[in-house]
Write a protein that binds this ligand. Sequence first.
Ligand code: DQA
Length: 147
Amino acid sequence: MKIMVINGPNLNMLGIREPDLYGRQDYPALVSLVEETCRQNGIEVEIYQSNHEGDIVDKIQAAYGTADGIIINPAAYTHTSIAILDALKAVQLPAVEVHISDISRREPFRQISYAGMACKKTFMGLGLQGYRKAIEWLQAYLNEQKK
Ligand code: DQA
């Protein structure tokens, strides 16, 4: 089983950006958590971060035919990007949305998630542990589909 984990803009600034919202752990700590969770569960993983919408679209497209599923935190593009929604729909891979903060309790402009419309499940407000939950959920979902 291979999954692609995609992170959007400013997530490379974890640990520095708004620590009260996003915590004090940095992006390398997130990469380690994802890699370690996947290693423990026998999952092959590619983890990617970009600040550029088109690059994220390219990465989603690159998952087609190479990955079994996608975990995505599109960050601010969550609330603006129909291109990312369309890319997720295009590749038709099971996708799980993650947000470190609880976007449902934040500003009105964060209440819409376009990417989420193409995702099977969302984990939010769990800090970096949301990624672990998302990986485990996606693995269980993919195993169920194989039966
Ligand atoms: C975020 C929430 C978004 O609203 C915000 O723009 C981000 C991070 C989160 O992980 O909580 O950059 O996706």
